[in-house]
Write a new protein. Structure first.
Length: 238
């Protein structure tokens, strides 16, 4: 399944390079809603909430009413997750809240899964230099992506792996790391970070890995015809 990405910052759609440098900015929301409408799932990330500088809650509410979205960014409590789901999100993405004292926070993962349902949860595994990064990618940990996945596998419907080192650069994602993660879980695995060609998307699909595409789509490197969904519906929880 191909998943278009919408990142929000300062009330606009943006694309950042490695989570820091703003490369693109759009405010033509209706146009992007229309373009993404054929897809069974769209990824919506509130970057302001992720880094703690505010939020784009009103925009999120509008997008989730018009598109089937999984929403992330600054969701750090059970109440946060419930609020976003109540707006109409299909699933929520959690990241920083899953790490405590440098370790996977299994107790919190279990608590939120029991409250909202594991089928509503996607756990973000964002890695830089082979280690998990949290709080808008500003803070690095000693935890590896595989360690995080294995510790939290029981309490979600899937994992979103972002390779920060190549994110926004359109230079491809390292397949060896993706294969290692694919072997670590039977849950849905979504890969992001530098994916920019149809061949990469097809190869990842053959590995049983879904893809999030952002920069390449907004720059027109991948046309919408090439971006049609591979699957017709969301995967079920396992």
């Amino acid at each position: 399944m191909l998943i278009p990405s919408i990142d929000l910052m300062g009330g606009k759609i943006v694309q950042l390079v490695q989570g820091r440098k703003k490369a693109l900015e759009f405010d033509n929301f209706d146009e992007w809603v229309e373009r993404f409408a054929p897809f069974p799932l769209v990824q919506l990330i509130d970057l302001d909430a992720a880094i703690g500088t505010g939020d784009n809650r009103a925009l999120i509410g509008d997008f989730v009413r018009r598109l089937p979205c999984q929403v992330g960014g600054g969701i750090r409590t059970v109440a946060n997750a419930q609020e976003i789901l109540a707006l109409g999100a299909r699933r929520v993405i959690l990241g920083s809240s899953l790490i405590a004292a440098g370790k996977a926070n299994a107790a919190f993962a279990q608590e939120i899964a029991q409250t909202v349902g594991a089928d509503k949860l996607v756990f973000a595994v964002d890695a830089k230099g082979g280690k998990v990064a949290i709080r808008g990618w500003r803070e690095e940990t000693a935890l590896t992506p595989v360690e995080m996945i294995r510790a939290l596998d029981a309490w979600c419907t899937g994992f979103l792996y972002t390779h920060i080192d190549t994110e926004g650069l359109m230079q491809g994602i390292p397949f060896d790391m993706v294969r290692e993660l694919r072997a670590a879980t039977s849950k849905q695995l979504i890969a992001a970070g530098g994916i920019s060609t149809n061949l990469e998307i097809e190869q990842l699909h053959a590995m049983g890995v879904d893809t999030v595409v952002g920069m390449a789509l907004y720059l027109g490197k991948l046309g919408l015809a090439a971006m049609r969904p591979v699957t017709a519906s969301l995967p079920s929880s396992s």
